[in-house]
Design a protein around this ligand. Structure first.
Ligand code: PEP
Ligand code: MG
Length: 586
């Protein structure tokens, strides 16, 4: 990786400032321009010529091998080892999330079940290339059929197969093109190995034909602050050299934009660059109303960057991310060490640490039941912790010890709370461990609807809009095919958020948002208008949100919220809020 991981440092931001036109996200493409839609990742916008990823290697022929099965197997072993080593080295060079992803891919390459399938085909006389092709394809299809999280790993396995076959054939590994100038990369789907090492000086944005909101392309793009739109079925028609606008906030790719549209986009790019390099100030509305911007973090390693980007504390530390590969429950000492590291990075500031949120897409073998038919509706979050009180008590003990050793203001919160009784029992148990500030996440519609009853029994509420949207709209957050329904702008979701905001004001209790919705600058303004007091997000999103909040007063935010609440659907709500803000508050 040749470039900074900071959010707005890539070359898509070097376009000259043309005017100080509006930077509100999601401007409409010029009439007549062809627009393709997909799922946007982050808020970026980029403009440039397309360069397509090379077509995958041809499927190897079916002619019988001239070598013995043993000789062919030795070739396969050599190539698999070389590919695994290369992936691991790329992971090490990339660091961060990418390292874990690439190591997992290196392990996939060496999976014994795959080796067994390859050997069976070699035994039937196939060449090494053909045996690898057929065996990996068989496993890839199984992953695809499993759908969800596993389905999105299918592209990872296909990439490993291509790399092994290329090595066997003495060809270069398929990878990112280099047309000699900055470009918009268009690919079927990007392998983690390619995404992790993208040169941000050259790649202005990424468009993939496949992939959903949780594909590795999306995860790594978000972490790198890379502009991306994934799952753009129509992108297959894009040709090399064609100019496109990639607008992640609008989830759109516009083909051959008009000169006026190009000008608008360049202005928006320049304005985002200015926001990114603006002095880091505390989050606030135009009238001075403070809206603290907090960080979502998954490990203490991200804390320093969050502080640099202006985090005024932590709004969500996802502790389960620390233990995703643990087979047994972590002991108190190991937990205390990690929590203490996080707290030490924020002396005197608020740090909200969430208890283990295991289940569904984040199973922890020591806490969750792998046999549930429908784990998103099963014993997850606080329900799983309550079923194993020793783990819950162990975590609270570790948190209390870490808090006692540091100067941060520790707030603890329970995930997936759905009843007032759960909120009350959790708060009492936290108090028993000496933890004074305990609260709950509002991720289930029932909790939003009884927010007053929750907030008389617990210290604060933090709204998890990712799950709240999933459960309100009955749309699996991992499933690309229902991605359109997973939109926190839907007035049904906004109404529930408004219930919690109003209950917070009535009960004089803090209410924040820590789901992805807080990272959408326009929605952030609406959330504040609904009574939300703090916003917690990936640090890479802070500059955009800070800049948008500073443009509007509290009265304008409330008017935008009312306009969005009155809309019939998510897209209408977005447009109504944008229009209300354009009318009243700039
Ligand atoms: C949420 O559901 O919005 C949330 C913040 O929790 P997670 O994304 O970890 O489920
Ligand atoms: Mg959640």
């Amino acid at each position: 990786m040749t470039s900074s991981l900071l959010p707005h440092a890539s070359s898509q931001e070097v376009a000259p400032a043309v005017s100080a036109a509006s930077a509100a996200t999601g401007e409409q493409p010029a009439p007549g321009a062809r627009t393709l839609s997909g799922t946007g990742v982050g808020q970026g916008v980029a403009l440039g010529p397309v360069a397509r990823m090379a077509a995958p290697l041809q499927a190897p022929g079916e002619e019988p091998s001239a070598l013995t099965p043993e000789q062919e197997h030795a070739r396969v072993q050599e190539s698999v080892a070389a590919v695994a080593q290369d992936l691991a080295a790329r992971g090490e060079a990339a660091g961060g999330t990418a390292q874990g992803v690439l190591q997992a891919q290196a392990m996939m390459a060496q999976d014994p079940a795959l080796d067994k399938a390859v050997r069976a085909r070699l035994g039937d006389g196939a060449t090494a290339e053909r045996a690898v092709h057929e065996s990996f394809e068989q496993f890839r299809r199984r992953l695809e059929q499993a759908g969800g999280y596993l389905g999105e790993r299918a592209a990872d396995l296909a990439d490993v197969a291509q790399r092994v076959i290329a090595h066997l054939s003495g060809l270069p590994a398929p990878g990112v093109p280099d047309p000699g100038h900055p470009f918009v990369l268009v690919a079927q789907d990007l392998a983690p190995a390619d995404t992790a090492l993208l040169d941000l000086e050259k790649v202005l944005a990424v468009v993939t034909i496949e992939g959903g909101p949780t594909s590795h392309t999306a995860i790594l793009a978000r972490e790198k602050g890379l502009t991306a739109v994934v799952g753009v079925a129509g992108a297959a028609e894009l040709t090399d050299g064609e100019t496109v606008v990639v607008d992640a906030a609008a989830s759109a790719v516009e083909i051959s934009p008009s000169p006026e549209r190009e000008k608008e986009v360049r202005a928006r790019i320049a304005e985002r660059a200015a926001a990114a390099s603006a002095p880091v100030t505390p989050g606030a509305l135009a009238d001075g109303t403070p809206v603290p911007l907090l960080a979502n973090l998954g490990s203490p390693e991200g804390a320093a960057e969050a502080v640099e980007l202006g985090a005024e504390g932590v709004g969500l530390f996802r502790t389960e991310f620390l233990f995703l590969s643990a087979e047994t429950a972590p002991d108190v000492a190991a937990q205390r060490h990690a929590y203490q590291q996080m707290l030490e990075a924020f002396p005197g500031q608020k740090v909200v640490i969430r208890l283990l949120d295991a289940g569904a897409d984040k199973p922890l073998p020591f806490l969750t039941d792998a046999d549930e038919e429908n784990p998103a509706l099963g014993r997850r979050g606080l329900r799983a912790l309550n079923a194993q009180p020793e783990i819950l008590r162990g975590q609270l003990t570790a948190l209390a010890e870490a808090a006692a050793a540091t100067e941060a203001d520790l707030w603890v919160m329970a995930p997936m709370v759905s009843t007032a009784e759960e909120a009350e029992a959790f708060t009492a148990l936290a108090a028993e461990h000496g933890l004074r500030t305990a609260g709950v996440m509002v991720e289930v519609p029932s909790s939003a609807l009884i927010a007053d009853q929750l907030l008389t029994r617990t210290g604060f509420a933090s709204i998890g809009t990712n799950d709240l949207t999933q459960y309100t709209m009955a749309a699996d957050r991992l499933l690309g095919s229902v991605a359109e329904l997973q939109d926190p702008w839907h007035p049904a979701v906004l109404r529930l958020i408004g219930e919690v905001g109003a209950a917070g004001a009535r009960q004089d209790r803090p209410v924040g948002v820590c789901g992805e919705a807080a990272a959408d600058p326009l929605l952030a303004v609406v959330l504040v208008g609904l009574g939300v007091q703090t916003l917690s997000m990936a640090p890479a999103a802070m500059a955009d949100v800070r800049a948008e909040l500073a443009r509007h007063t509290a009265a304008a935010a409330r008017a935008a919220a009312q306009a969005a609440l009155a809309a019939a659907g998510a897209q209408d709500a977005r447009e109504a809020a944008r229009a209300a803000l354009a009318d009243g508050s700039r």
